[in-house]
Design a protein around this ligand. Structure first.
Ligand SMILES: *Cc1c(COP(=O)(O)O)cnc(C)c1O
Length: 439
Protein backbone atom coordinates (compact mmCIF):
# COMPACT_ATOMS: atom_id res chain seq x y z
CA UNK A 1 0.00 0.00 0.00
CA UNK A 2 1.25 3.46 -0.85
CA UNK A 3 1.04 6.41 1.49
CA UNK A 4 -1.72 7.81 -0.71
CA UNK A 5 -3.71 4.59 -0.22
CA UNK A 6 -3.25 4.85 3.55
CA UNK A 7 -4.69 8.36 3.51
CA UNK A 8 -7.58 7.21 1.35
CA UNK A 9 -8.40 4.38 3.74
CA UNK A 10 -8.32 6.67 6.79
CA UNK A 11 -10.45 9.30 5.06
CA UNK A 12 -12.94 6.65 3.90
CA UNK A 13 -13.41 5.64 7.54
CA UNK A 14 -13.77 9.29 8.45
CA UNK A 15 -16.28 9.86 5.71
CA UNK A 16 -18.46 6.98 6.90
CA UNK A 17 -18.38 8.03 10.54
CA UNK A 18 -19.00 11.69 9.67
CA UNK A 19 -21.85 10.82 7.30
CA UNK A 20 -23.55 8.83 10.00
CA UNK A 21 -23.31 11.63 12.55
CA UNK A 22 -24.30 14.38 10.12
CA UNK A 23 -27.28 12.40 8.83
CA UNK A 24 -28.43 11.89 12.43
CA UNK A 25 -28.37 15.61 13.30
CA UNK A 26 -31.94 16.60 12.40
CA UNK A 27 -33.40 13.97 14.75
CA UNK A 28 -30.64 13.07 17.14
CA UNK A 29 -31.30 14.09 20.77
CA UNK A 30 -29.81 17.55 21.34
CA UNK A 31 -27.83 15.97 24.17
CA UNK A 32 -27.50 12.25 24.97
CA UNK A 33 -29.64 10.92 27.80
CA UNK A 34 -26.50 9.87 29.62
CA UNK A 35 -22.88 10.85 29.21
CA UNK A 36 -20.48 8.21 30.53
CA UNK A 37 -16.89 8.92 31.47
CA UNK A 38 -14.68 7.90 28.55
CA UNK A 39 -12.80 4.63 28.88
CA UNK A 40 -9.01 4.52 28.88
CA UNK A 41 -7.37 5.30 25.55
CA UNK A 42 -6.79 2.00 23.73
CA UNK A 43 -3.15 2.25 22.66
CA UNK A 44 -1.77 0.67 19.51
CA UNK A 45 -4.93 -1.03 18.27
CA UNK A 46 -4.59 0.00 14.63
CA UNK A 47 -6.75 2.11 12.35
CA UNK A 48 -9.74 -0.16 11.89
CA UNK A 49 -10.15 -0.89 15.59
CA UNK A 50 -9.59 2.75 16.53
CA UNK A 51 -12.42 3.83 14.24
CA UNK A 52 -14.62 1.04 15.59
CA UNK A 53 -13.87 2.26 19.10
CA UNK A 54 -14.86 5.81 18.18
CA UNK A 55 -18.04 4.61 16.49
CA UNK A 56 -19.08 2.49 19.48
CA UNK A 57 -17.72 4.35 22.48
CA UNK A 58 -17.60 8.03 21.55
CA UNK A 59 -19.98 8.99 18.76
CA UNK A 60 -23.16 7.78 20.54
CA UNK A 61 -22.42 10.10 23.45
CA UNK A 62 -21.84 13.31 21.51
CA UNK A 63 -24.20 16.24 21.67
CA UNK A 64 -26.03 17.39 18.57
CA UNK A 65 -24.63 20.88 19.08
CA UNK A 66 -24.16 21.47 15.32
CA UNK A 67 -27.80 20.49 14.81
CA UNK A 68 -30.89 22.68 14.42
CA UNK A 69 -32.39 22.61 17.94
CA UNK A 70 -29.37 23.02 20.20
CA UNK A 71 -30.03 26.43 21.73
CA UNK A 72 -27.53 26.44 24.61
CA UNK A 73 -24.94 29.21 25.09
CA UNK A 74 -24.48 30.76 21.63
CA UNK A 75 -23.59 27.80 19.45
CA UNK A 76 -23.06 27.57 15.74
CA UNK A 77 -22.98 24.48 13.59
CA UNK A 78 -20.92 23.93 10.47
CA UNK A 79 -22.28 24.47 6.97
CA UNK A 80 -21.35 21.77 4.45
CA UNK A 81 -18.84 24.00 2.69
CA UNK A 82 -17.32 25.16 5.99
CA UNK A 83 -16.85 21.58 7.11
CA UNK A 84 -15.32 20.67 3.75
CA UNK A 85 -12.88 23.57 3.92
CA UNK A 86 -11.97 22.69 7.48
CA UNK A 87 -11.10 19.14 6.39
CA UNK A 88 -9.04 20.64 3.60
CA UNK A 89 -7.22 22.88 6.06
CA UNK A 90 -6.12 19.73 7.87
CA UNK A 91 -5.26 17.90 4.65
CA UNK A 92 -3.17 20.83 3.48
CA UNK A 93 -1.73 21.27 6.99
CA UNK A 94 -0.12 24.66 6.38
CA UNK A 95 1.55 26.47 9.25
CA UNK A 96 0.18 30.00 8.99
CA UNK A 97 2.73 31.53 11.35
CA UNK A 98 4.37 33.38 8.47
CA UNK A 99 4.27 34.15 4.77
CA UNK A 100 7.31 32.09 3.74
CA UNK A 101 6.76 29.66 0.92
CA UNK A 102 2.96 29.40 1.05
CA UNK A 103 0.01 31.50 -0.03
CA UNK A 104 -1.92 30.51 3.12
CA UNK A 105 -1.05 33.60 5.23
CA UNK A 106 -1.96 35.81 2.31
CA UNK A 107 -5.35 34.07 1.90
CA UNK A 108 -5.90 34.62 5.63
CA UNK A 109 -5.04 38.32 5.25
CA UNK A 110 -7.53 38.67 2.38
CA UNK A 111 -10.17 36.86 4.44
CA UNK A 112 -10.01 39.30 7.36
CA UNK A 113 -10.28 42.17 4.87
CA UNK A 114 -13.31 40.59 3.21
CA UNK A 115 -15.05 40.13 6.56
CA UNK A 116 -14.19 43.69 7.60
CA UNK A 117 -16.04 44.79 4.49
CA UNK A 118 -18.99 42.52 5.21
CA UNK A 119 -19.26 43.85 8.78
CA UNK A 120 -18.93 47.49 7.69
CA UNK A 121 -15.58 48.02 9.44
CA UNK A 122 -13.29 50.60 7.88
CA UNK A 123 -9.87 49.90 6.43
CA UNK A 124 -8.29 51.19 9.65
CA UNK A 125 -9.30 48.03 11.54
CA UNK A 126 -6.69 45.31 10.91
CA UNK A 127 -7.71 41.76 11.68
CA UNK A 128 -6.07 38.50 12.71
CA UNK A 129 -7.52 35.05 13.11
CA UNK A 130 -7.55 33.59 16.62
CA UNK A 131 -9.26 30.62 18.25
CA UNK A 132 -12.37 32.35 19.62
CA UNK A 133 -13.85 35.53 21.01
CA UNK A 134 -12.01 34.97 24.29
CA UNK A 135 -8.67 35.02 22.47
CA UNK A 136 -9.83 37.98 20.37
CA UNK A 137 -10.82 39.93 23.50
CA UNK A 138 -7.39 39.08 24.92
CA UNK A 139 -5.58 40.39 21.83
CA UNK A 140 -7.69 43.56 21.81
CA UNK A 141 -7.29 44.28 25.54
CA UNK A 142 -3.55 43.58 25.40
CA UNK A 143 -3.32 46.14 22.59
CA UNK A 144 -5.43 48.61 24.58
CA UNK A 145 -3.21 48.08 27.63
CA UNK A 146 -0.17 48.88 25.49
CA UNK A 147 -1.92 52.06 24.35
CA UNK A 148 -2.67 52.96 27.98
CA UNK A 149 0.96 52.44 28.90
CA UNK A 150 1.95 54.97 26.25
CA UNK A 151 -0.71 57.37 27.51
CA UNK A 152 1.04 57.73 30.85
CA UNK A 153 2.15 54.40 32.18
CA UNK A 154 -0.71 53.55 34.50
CA UNK A 155 -2.79 50.44 34.08
CA UNK A 156 -6.19 51.28 32.57
CA UNK A 157 -9.58 50.89 34.19
CA UNK A 158 -12.09 48.95 32.12
CA UNK A 159 -15.68 50.29 31.99
CA UNK A 160 -18.56 48.13 30.81
CA UNK A 161 -22.30 47.73 31.22
CA UNK A 162 -22.45 43.99 30.74
CA UNK A 163 -19.02 42.55 30.01
CA UNK A 164 -18.77 38.91 28.98
CA UNK A 165 -16.78 36.81 31.45
CA UNK A 166 -14.00 36.52 28.86
CA UNK A 167 -13.30 40.25 29.27
CA UNK A 168 -12.44 39.67 32.92
CA UNK A 169 -10.32 36.69 31.95
CA UNK A 170 -8.48 38.87 29.42
CA UNK A 171 -7.97 41.56 32.08
CA UNK A 172 -6.38 38.98 34.36
CA UNK A 173 -4.11 37.52 31.65
CA UNK A 174 -2.96 40.93 30.41
CA UNK A 175 -2.04 42.05 33.92
CA UNK A 176 -4.67 44.78 33.92
CA UNK A 177 -6.27 42.76 36.69
CA UNK A 178 -9.90 41.80 37.27
CA UNK A 179 -10.19 44.40 40.03
CA UNK A 180 -9.83 47.24 37.53
CA UNK A 181 -13.22 46.41 36.03
CA UNK A 182 -15.70 49.25 36.64
CA UNK A 183 -19.28 48.01 36.18
CA UNK A 184 -21.52 50.75 34.79
CA UNK A 185 -25.32 50.90 35.18
CA UNK A 186 -27.44 49.46 32.40
CA UNK A 187 -30.67 50.94 31.06
CA UNK A 188 -33.89 49.90 32.84
CA UNK A 189 -34.99 46.41 31.79
CA UNK A 190 -32.04 46.05 29.44
CA UNK A 191 -28.43 44.90 29.41
CA UNK A 192 -27.22 47.85 27.32
CA UNK A 193 -25.08 50.38 29.16
CA UNK A 194 -26.64 53.67 30.25
CA UNK A 195 -24.65 56.26 28.24
CA UNK A 196 -25.16 59.02 30.84
CA UNK A 197 -23.86 56.75 33.60
CA UNK A 198 -20.88 55.83 31.45
CA UNK A 199 -20.06 59.48 30.75
CA UNK A 200 -20.18 60.25 34.47
CA UNK A 201 -18.06 57.22 35.40
CA UNK A 202 -15.40 58.14 32.85
CA UNK A 203 -15.34 61.76 34.03
CA UNK A 204 -14.60 60.59 37.57
CA UNK A 205 -11.51 58.65 36.45
CA UNK A 206 -8.19 60.37 35.82
CA UNK A 207 -6.08 57.49 34.51
CA UNK A 208 -6.27 55.73 31.11
CA UNK A 209 -9.66 54.24 30.32
CA UNK A 210 -10.94 51.38 28.21
CA UNK A 211 -14.64 51.07 27.43
CA UNK A 212 -15.90 47.60 26.52
CA UNK A 213 -19.14 47.81 24.54
CA UNK A 214 -21.47 44.92 23.82
CA UNK A 215 -22.73 44.35 20.30
CA UNK A 216 -24.88 41.40 21.19
CA UNK A 217 -24.84 40.93 24.97
CA UNK A 218 -24.80 37.24 25.81
CA UNK A 219 -27.94 37.01 27.98
CA UNK A 220 -30.49 38.65 25.68
CA UNK A 221 -28.52 39.89 22.66
CA UNK A 222 -28.93 43.55 23.60
CA UNK A 223 -26.76 46.23 21.96
CA UNK A 224 -24.97 49.19 23.48
CA UNK A 225 -25.54 52.42 21.55
CA UNK A 226 -22.23 52.36 19.69
CA UNK A 227 -22.58 55.84 18.15
CA UNK A 228 -23.17 57.38 21.56
CA UNK A 229 -20.34 55.34 23.08
CA UNK A 230 -17.93 56.34 20.32
CA UNK A 231 -18.75 60.02 21.01
CA UNK A 232 -18.34 59.56 24.75
CA UNK A 233 -15.03 57.74 24.32
CA UNK A 234 -13.70 60.45 22.05
CA UNK A 235 -14.61 63.14 24.60
CA UNK A 236 -13.08 61.14 27.45
CA UNK A 237 -10.01 60.00 25.56
CA UNK A 238 -10.96 56.37 26.17
CA UNK A 239 -10.18 53.30 24.05
CA UNK A 240 -13.39 51.77 22.66
CA UNK A 241 -13.46 47.99 22.34
CA UNK A 242 -16.56 46.37 20.87
CA UNK A 243 -17.26 42.74 21.78
CA UNK A 244 -19.39 41.70 18.83
CA UNK A 245 -18.82 37.97 19.24
CA UNK A 246 -22.12 37.06 17.63
CA UNK A 247 -24.03 40.37 17.45
CA UNK A 248 -21.74 41.88 14.83
CA UNK A 249 -23.59 39.67 12.34
CA UNK A 250 -26.44 42.19 12.61
CA UNK A 251 -24.35 44.22 10.16
CA UNK A 252 -25.14 41.71 7.41
CA UNK A 253 -28.93 41.99 7.70
CA UNK A 254 -30.46 45.28 6.46
CA UNK A 255 -33.25 45.29 9.06
CA UNK A 256 -30.71 44.91 11.89
CA UNK A 257 -27.78 46.94 10.59
CA UNK A 258 -28.71 50.05 12.58
CA UNK A 259 -27.83 48.13 15.77
CA UNK A 260 -24.12 48.14 14.97
CA UNK A 261 -23.73 51.52 13.34
CA UNK A 262 -20.75 53.15 15.04
CA UNK A 263 -18.70 49.94 15.29
CA UNK A 264 -16.49 51.33 12.52
CA UNK A 265 -15.37 54.00 15.02
CA UNK A 266 -14.08 51.45 17.53
CA UNK A 267 -10.41 51.04 18.38
CA UNK A 268 -10.78 47.28 18.49
CA UNK A 269 -13.47 44.75 17.64
CA UNK A 270 -14.00 41.08 18.45
CA UNK A 271 -16.06 38.77 16.26
CA UNK A 272 -16.54 35.03 16.62
CA UNK A 273 -16.89 32.97 13.47
CA UNK A 274 -17.64 29.60 15.06
CA UNK A 275 -20.90 31.01 16.35
CA UNK A 276 -23.06 32.73 13.73
CA UNK A 277 -20.87 32.17 10.67
CA UNK A 278 -21.32 28.43 11.33
CA UNK A 279 -17.74 27.37 10.70
CA UNK A 280 -16.37 24.52 12.85
CA UNK A 281 -14.52 25.31 16.06
CA UNK A 282 -12.34 27.19 16.49
CA UNK A 283 -12.40 30.52 14.71
CA UNK A 284 -12.66 34.24 15.47
CA UNK A 285 -11.10 37.52 14.36
CA UNK A 286 -9.52 40.26 16.50
CA UNK A 287 -9.53 43.64 14.76
CA UNK A 288 -7.53 46.61 16.07
CA UNK A 289 -6.65 50.04 14.70
CA UNK A 290 -3.15 49.75 16.19
CA UNK A 291 -1.27 46.80 14.70
CA UNK A 292 1.90 48.70 15.72
CA UNK A 293 0.98 48.40 19.42
CA UNK A 294 -0.31 44.87 18.92
CA UNK A 295 3.11 43.98 17.56
CA UNK A 296 4.83 45.50 20.58
CA UNK A 297 2.95 42.98 22.72
CA UNK A 298 3.03 39.90 20.52
CA UNK A 299 6.24 40.22 18.48
CA UNK A 300 8.09 36.92 18.61
CA UNK A 301 11.46 38.61 18.16
CA UNK A 302 12.59 42.17 18.79
CA UNK A 303 14.17 42.12 15.33
CA UNK A 304 10.62 42.17 14.00
CA UNK A 305 9.43 45.37 15.65
CA UNK A 306 9.32 46.85 12.16
CA UNK A 307 6.26 46.10 10.09
CA UNK A 308 6.85 42.46 9.27
CA UNK A 309 3.35 41.21 8.36
CA UNK A 310 3.86 37.64 9.56
CA UNK A 311 0.90 36.60 11.74
CA UNK A 312 3.11 35.26 14.55
CA UNK A 313 3.90 38.85 15.61
CA UNK A 314 0.24 39.77 16.20
CA UNK A 315 -1.42 37.03 18.23
CA UNK A 316 -0.54 34.74 21.15
CA UNK A 317 0.21 31.80 18.84
CA UNK A 318 3.27 31.14 16.77
CA UNK A 319 2.41 28.01 14.80
CA UNK A 320 -1.23 28.00 13.77
CA UNK A 321 -3.55 26.12 11.43
CA UNK A 322 -5.09 27.47 8.23
CA UNK A 323 -8.10 28.62 10.24
CA UNK A 324 -9.25 31.16 7.68
CA UNK A 325 -10.12 28.58 5.06
CA UNK A 326 -13.57 27.62 6.38
CA UNK A 327 -14.57 31.27 6.80
CA UNK A 328 -13.22 32.07 3.33
CA UNK A 329 -15.34 29.25 1.92
CA UNK A 330 -18.62 30.32 3.54
CA UNK A 331 -18.28 33.89 2.28
CA UNK A 332 -17.18 32.65 -1.15
CA UNK A 333 -20.05 30.19 -1.46
CA UNK A 334 -22.90 32.19 0.06
CA UNK A 335 -21.93 35.83 -0.06
CA UNK A 336 -23.11 38.32 2.55
CA UNK A 337 -26.73 37.84 1.53
CA UNK A 338 -26.57 34.10 1.99
CA UNK A 339 -25.27 34.48 5.55
CA UNK A 340 -27.82 37.23 6.26
CA UNK A 341 -30.59 34.79 5.36
CA UNK A 342 -29.92 32.57 8.33
CA UNK A 343 -29.23 35.55 10.59
CA UNK A 344 -32.71 36.86 9.73
CA UNK A 345 -34.28 33.40 10.06
CA UNK A 346 -32.70 32.83 13.50
CA UNK A 347 -34.01 36.20 14.73
CA UNK A 348 -37.49 35.38 13.43
CA UNK A 349 -37.33 31.98 15.14
CA UNK A 350 -36.41 33.67 18.43
CA UNK A 351 -39.44 35.97 18.13
CA UNK A 352 -41.69 32.99 17.33
CA UNK A 353 -40.41 31.11 20.35
CA UNK A 354 -40.93 34.16 22.59
CA UNK A 355 -44.51 34.63 21.38
CA UNK A 356 -45.26 30.93 21.77
CA UNK A 357 -43.90 30.87 25.31
CA UNK A 358 -45.98 33.89 26.29
CA UNK A 359 -49.12 32.25 24.90
CA UNK A 360 -48.32 29.22 27.05
CA UNK A 361 -48.07 31.33 30.20
CA UNK A 362 -44.32 31.72 30.56
CA UNK A 363 -42.70 35.04 31.36
CA UNK A 364 -40.45 36.25 28.56
CA UNK A 365 -37.92 38.58 30.17
CA UNK A 366 -36.90 40.25 26.90
CA UNK A 367 -40.22 40.53 25.03
CA UNK A 368 -38.65 42.96 22.55
CA UNK A 369 -36.24 40.13 21.41
CA UNK A 370 -33.49 42.42 20.16
CA UNK A 371 -31.74 39.69 18.20
CA UNK A 372 -31.58 35.89 18.39
CA UNK A 373 -31.95 35.11 22.11
CA UNK A 374 -35.00 34.53 24.30
CA UNK A 375 -34.79 34.60 28.10
CA UNK A 376 -37.81 33.19 29.86
CA UNK A 377 -38.93 31.87 33.22
CA UNK A 378 -41.83 29.95 34.71
CA UNK A 379 -44.32 32.31 36.34
CA UNK A 380 -43.44 31.01 39.82
CA UNK A 381 -40.09 32.57 39.18
CA UNK A 382 -37.74 31.08 41.79
CA UNK A 383 -34.57 29.14 41.04
CA UNK A 384 -36.10 25.77 41.92
CA UNK A 385 -38.96 26.25 39.45
CA UNK A 386 -36.51 27.40 36.80
CA UNK A 387 -34.24 24.39 37.41
CA UNK A 388 -37.16 21.94 37.24
CA UNK A 389 -38.37 23.42 33.96
CA UNK A 390 -34.89 23.50 32.43
CA UNK A 391 -34.26 19.90 33.44
CA UNK A 392 -37.54 18.77 31.87
CA UNK A 393 -36.82 20.69 28.67
CA UNK A 394 -33.32 19.27 28.31
CA UNK A 395 -34.35 15.73 29.30
CA UNK A 396 -36.75 15.74 26.34
CA UNK A 397 -33.79 15.61 23.92
CA UNK A 398 -35.79 17.89 21.62
CA UNK A 399 -33.61 20.86 22.47
CA UNK A 400 -30.89 21.99 24.83
CA UNK A 401 -31.02 25.32 26.65
CA UNK A 402 -28.85 26.91 29.35
CA UNK A 403 -29.62 28.83 32.55
CA UNK A 404 -28.90 32.43 33.42
CA UNK A 405 -29.90 35.08 35.93
CA UNK A 406 -31.33 38.24 34.43
CA UNK A 407 -31.95 41.36 36.54
CA UNK A 408 -31.83 39.06 39.56
CA UNK A 409 -34.35 36.58 38.18
CA UNK A 410 -33.38 32.95 37.42
CA UNK A 411 -34.16 32.35 33.76
CA UNK A 412 -33.60 30.03 30.81
CA UNK A 413 -31.85 31.18 27.66
CA UNK A 414 -32.56 29.92 24.16
CA UNK A 415 -30.13 31.25 21.55
CA UNK A 416 -30.65 30.66 17.83
CA UNK A 417 -27.49 30.72 15.75
CA UNK A 418 -27.57 27.61 13.60
CA UNK A 419 -27.77 27.90 9.80
CA UNK A 420 -29.98 24.80 9.51
CA UNK A 421 -32.69 25.65 12.05
CA UNK A 422 -36.15 25.79 10.48
CA UNK A 423 -39.42 27.27 11.68
CA UNK A 424 -40.65 23.67 12.07
CA UNK A 425 -37.90 23.15 14.68
CA UNK A 426 -39.42 25.99 16.72
CA UNK A 427 -42.86 24.40 16.44
CA UNK A 428 -41.40 21.13 17.67
CA UNK A 429 -39.80 22.83 20.67
CA UNK A 430 -43.04 24.62 21.55
CA UNK A 431 -45.03 21.40 21.22
CA UNK A 432 -42.59 19.68 23.58
CA UNK A 433 -42.88 22.53 26.12
CA UNK A 434 -46.67 22.38 25.78
CA UNK A 435 -46.56 18.67 26.65
CA UNK A 436 -44.61 19.16 29.89
CA UNK A 437 -46.63 18.62 33.05
CA UNK A 438 -47.48 22.01 34.59
CA UNK A 439 -46.86 22.47 38.28
C1 LIG B 1 -19.17 33.56 23.21
C2 LIG B 1 -18.77 34.92 23.60
C3 LIG B 1 -17.45 35.19 24.01
C4 LIG B 1 -16.42 34.11 24.17
O1 LIG B 1 -16.26 33.42 22.97
P1 LIG B 1 -15.47 32.05 22.81
O2 LIG B 1 -15.53 31.84 21.35
O3 LIG B 1 -16.24 31.03 23.58
O4 LIG B 1 -14.10 32.23 23.31
C5 LIG B 1 -17.13 36.50 24.29
N1 LIG B 1 -18.04 37.48 24.21
C6 LIG B 1 -19.32 37.25 23.84
C7 LIG B 1 -20.29 38.38 23.78
C8 LIG B 1 -19.72 35.96 23.53
O5 LIG B 1 -20.98 35.72 23.14
Amino acid sequence: MSTADDYRTALDHTRRLADRYLASLPDRPATPAQVPVAGPLPEGIGLQAAFEHLAAQVEPFLSASPGPRYLGYVTGGATPEALAADWLASAWDQNVSNHAGSIAASVEAMTVIAFAGAFGLGGNLHGHFVSGATAANLVCLATARQWAQQEGGALPKVFAGAAHSSILKAMAITGIGRERHVPVATLPGRTAVDPAALRAALAAETGPKIVVASAGEVNIGDFDDLQALADICREAGAWLHVDGAFGLFAALEPSLRHRVVGVERADSVTVDLHKWLNVPYDSAIAYTTRPDLQRQVFAASSAYLGDDPDPLHYTPENSRRFRALAAWMVLAVRGRDGIAQWVAANCRQARTLAAGLQVRGYDVLNPEVALNIVAFAPPAGDAAARDALLQAINASGVTFMTPTVLHGRPAIRAAFSNWSTTDADVDRILAMIESLPRR
